[in-house]
Design a protein. Structure first.
Length: 585
């Protein structure tokens, strides 16, 4: 099994750790004591091992994120969730810790006894404080959840004639891995994050805003394939390596450049490169005042389109005139808020972005994009369980997005947000209309294809949903975890449980604190006959959200067809019931 693959090669593991009387098996990602064995996630194992090797030392959150999640941008919530899983495994109490101590505004410290056993000479080194006894509540809860949940699930399996144990069926697969190509005759292009050449690093948000807007405007051109914003921003701050980018983004052309802003003046340099031979196709420099920024952006997009059409023999289309140019001070607030929102970090960052969008609207009441992004923050609240009034938040999002459309009906984000909100309200026809409208305006809108995919498989059309989510992934090669979540979900609906498990496991590796990922994994494992894994995923759900309820499942997963809903619930409800019962033992 993949779970038993070593984290480090044996040659690099120089010691074994005994933590509070428990042996940490880093190869198999387990805590063991006598006959009892508890499984840990890969990142949780790495975190525990790192803290144990620095026992007694206060370690900052920044250092832990850099050591355990190197080269990956993750939120503080991911670290908090991993620490909570360690505490749960040991039965530790955050208020009266004996294993991990929280250092306010700083980080964490392991305070338990740690014994290092050398793998070479079996000599022992004892450090830290002695931990007298492990609390039984955490251990017993986990064991009963597994045992009782397993018994109930086995009974259910038997009653259904072994239906859960069926091997992966041979579906009529419209699209297999690696077969989708959206390029065709379209020139494919990636707009890389422009470099801030100014002396003020604070102006990064302004430079990022220029890049964002160039991507947005170029993506509306139906004759171009434009890579999604978040996939190109994955390389922000890295040296431009054309051959590496070609292999990772699968594009023919790259646009890159720089921006220097000094007070009210701005200089923009832009270069278009043909990756086939790394030849320069087009280059231009723009000098002027900041209030000319929109004029410069329009000129750049128009000239890029002209250069690409000349390369592939297309007839040039007349450029679209930008609607409702916003006030410059409002635009400044907007792009700063958008920069914060695209961190997708946590509730606080979402709220911070919301306030900047409100400020932008106060400065310019006709700023359509600000209304659309403000609406998105309200849907984002609902989707992450942060809203205390779900329906009110969705209605607010729809109202704001419609205001954006009234001001500018060429805003794909506005239609995307209303589609999200209607999907959460289970109004599928309205949601489908808005998702398709977003794609009509912006045929390169990866999020639009992702939304359309979810609507298709939740409404009983999973084969089409599979095709659409793979279109989204082609446009967004470095997609966030939720794309893999949707791919795993559509595989589940298609009863391709092994594919679903592998896809969802890959997503969990990048975002282990996602409640939805663990719920779907629990169901997929149950149908694949892997009962221990199903119950373990339930335990992760309850660690992330101790207040998780069965009602939340029915509210959160918007199946249109009762048969699809029952198919999902039949897999996830029994282990959840047992997990919820054991949490009160």
């Amino acid at each position: 099994m993949d779970d038993d693959k070593p984290i480090l090669p044996a040659s690099k593991q120089t010691d074994m750790l005994m933590i509070a009387g428990w042996r940490l098996d880093e190869d198999r990602r387990r805590l063991e004591q006598g006959e009892e064995s508890l499984r840990l996630e890969p990142k949780t194992t790495l975190l525990l091992g790192y803290l144990a090797r620095h026992v007694g030392e206060p370690i900052s959150r920044e250092q832990l994120l850099a050591e355990v999640w190197p080269g990956v941008i993750v939120s503080d919530e991911v670290l908090t969730n991993a620490v909570n899983k360690i505490r749960r495994a040991f039965g530790d109490d955050r208020q009266n810790p004996k294993i991990i101590e929280t250092i306010p505004k700083m980080g964490y410290r392991l305070i338990a006894e740690v014994v290092r056993v050398s793998l070479n000479d079996e000599s022992q080194e004892q450090t830290g404080q002695f931990f007298h006894s492990r609390q039984k509540t955490g251990r017993n809860r986990y064991s009963w959840s597994q045992v009782i949940g397993g018994i109930i699930l086995i009974g259910l399996l038997t009653g259904l004639g072994g239906y859960f144990l069926l091997t992966q069926p041979d579906q009529n697969r419209m699209v297999e891995e690696g077969t989708i190509s959206l390029i065709g005759d379209k020139p494919s292009i990636a707009i890389m994050p422009f470099v801030n050449l100014g002396d003020d690093p604070y102006q990064d948000y302004f430079v990022d805003g220029i890049t964002d807007d160039l991507i947005t405007e170029l993506a509306k051109n139906p004759k171009l394939l434009v890579i999604a914003r978040d996939s190109t921003f994955f390389y922000k701050g890295q040296p431009l390596n054309i051959s590496d980018l070609v292999s990772r983004l699968n594009v023919r052309y790259l646009l890159h450049g720089s921006v220097r802003r000094i007070e009210d003046s701005v200089r923009i340099n832009a270069q278009l490169v043909d990756t086939a031979n790394e030849a320069l196709v087009w280059a231009e420099r723009y000098d002027g005042s900041v209030d000319q920024i929109f004029k410069f952006q329009d000129e750049i997009t128009g000239q890029i389109a002209s250069a690409l059409y000349a390369k592939v023999g297309f007839r040039e289309q007349a450029g679209q005139k930008r609607q409702n140019v916003p006030a410059l001070d409002a635009y400044d607030k907007f792009i700063y808020g958008r920069n914060r929102f695209y961190m997708y970090a946590n509730r606080d960052e979402n709220q911070t972005a919301r306030e900047f969008f409100k400020d932008a609207i106060e400065l310019d009441s006709n700023f359509a994009s600000a209304y659309a992004m403000l609406a998105w923050t309200h849907v984002f609240d609902v989707m992450n369980g942060w809203s205390e009034e779900r329906e009110k938040s969705l209605d607010k999002a729809i109202s704001l997005a419609k205001q954006a459309v009234a001001l500018n009906d060429e805003q794909p984000i506005a239609y995307f947000v209303t589609g999200l909100a209607y999907r959460e309200k289970k109004e599928y026809i309205k949601a489908m209309v808005d998702a398709e409208k977003a794609i009509e305006i912006d045929p390169n809108y990866a999020n639009g294809y992702m939304l359309l995919s979810s609507l298709l498989y939740f409404s009983g059309r999973p084969e089409e949903g599979l095709y659409r989510i793979k279109e989204a992934m082609r446009l967004h090669p470095h997609h966030p975890y939720n794309y893999s979540l949707h791919l795993g979900q559509v595989y589940f609906v298609l009863k391709r449980y092994i594919d679903s498990i592998q896809t969802l496991k890959d997503a969990v590796a990048s975002y282990p604190s996602s409640e939805r990922l663990h719920v779907w994994l629990a169901a997929a494992y149950a149908y694949a006959g892997k009962l221990d894994d199903a119950n373990w995923e339930v335990d992760q759900v309850l660690t992330i959200n101790p207040d998780f309820s069965l009602e939340r499942i029915k509210e959160t997963y918007p199946f249109k067809d009762d048969a699809d809903r029952d198919h999902f619930i039949a897999g996830v409800i029994p282990p959840l019931i047992m997990g919820l019962k054991s949490s009160h033992c």
